[in-house]
Ligand binder design. Structure first.
Ligand SMILES: CC(C)(COP(=O)(O)OP(=O)(O)OC[C@H]1O[C@@H](n2cnc3c(N)ncnc32)[C@H](O)[C@@H]1OP(=O)(O)O)[C@@H](O)C(=O)NCCC(=O)NCCS
Length: 174
């Protein structure tokens, strides 16, 4: 059974393979988290360790150094030694996140899609969000993103509204 785990250097080979898959994917754009990987981390083991440490550090106010960012818990969806996806829980909303992004964002690597991973990954993340004090999570997706919409609705998402080309949902975390 896959599980959500903290980012770890142990999964470097699989993480790098996943990044390559995301870059090669012609169906959906390259996700933000992939473009956010420090380029040296793609070729150098020490730089990869520093990248993992940075991502783990984003969980605290001190670590969330980038302008406009709030603390964020990144988790990897993993089976054995294979990284299947990733998910990030923003600890609180900003006006920008209220419109786009919400509390939780997720990506499944192209080669692992359509096997229920995103649905299961979000389900596994809801208790984590609850533990962070989020009693209902705001989730947003593009109007055209049928897969993400199904993931949210399968996890109890209550439709809130449409804002431009975004659909917004509240998902109870308990
Ligand atoms: C959206 C995404 C996370 C879905 O991941 P996934 O693991 O394939 O999703 P699941 O297998 O749990 O599928 C969920 C539902 O969507 C459906 N689905 C999956 N891919 C689909 C597609 N390309 N078109 C239509 N429906 C699709 C599945 O059949 C399933 O439907 P069901 O619940 O009725 O059976 C994945 O496509 C992805 O990473 N996309 C790029 C990043 C992204 O869009 N992230 C979400 C931002 S809001």
């Amino acid at each position: 059974m896959p599980e959500l785990i903290d980012p770890t250097v142990r999964l470097r080979p699989s993480f790098l393979a996943a990044v390559a898959e995301f870059h090669a994917d012609r169906e959906q754009g390259v996700p933000w988290f992939v473009t956010n990987v420090d380029p040296p981390a793609l070729t150098d083991a020490d730089a990869f360790a520093a990248y993992v440490a940075r991502v783990l550090g984003e969980r605290t106010e001190d670590g969330a150094v980038r302008n406009g960012f709030v603390p964020m818990t990144t988790l990897w969806w993993v089976e054995g030694e294979e990284m299947l996806g990733r998910l990030a829980i923003r600890h609180r909303l900003t006006p920008a996140l209220e419109r786009v992004g919400g509390h939780i964002g997720y990506d499944v690597r192209p080669g692992a899609r359509r096997r229920g991973h995103a649905t299961a990954m979000l389900a596994a993340a809801l208790p984590v969000a609850r533990g962070l004090g989020i009693t209902r999570a705001l989730l947003t997706c593009d109007e055209a993103n049928t897969a993400s919409r199904r993931v949210i609705e399968a996890n109890g998402g209550e439709f809130l509204d449409t804002d431009g080309d975004k659909r917004r949902y509240w998902v109870p975390t308990a």
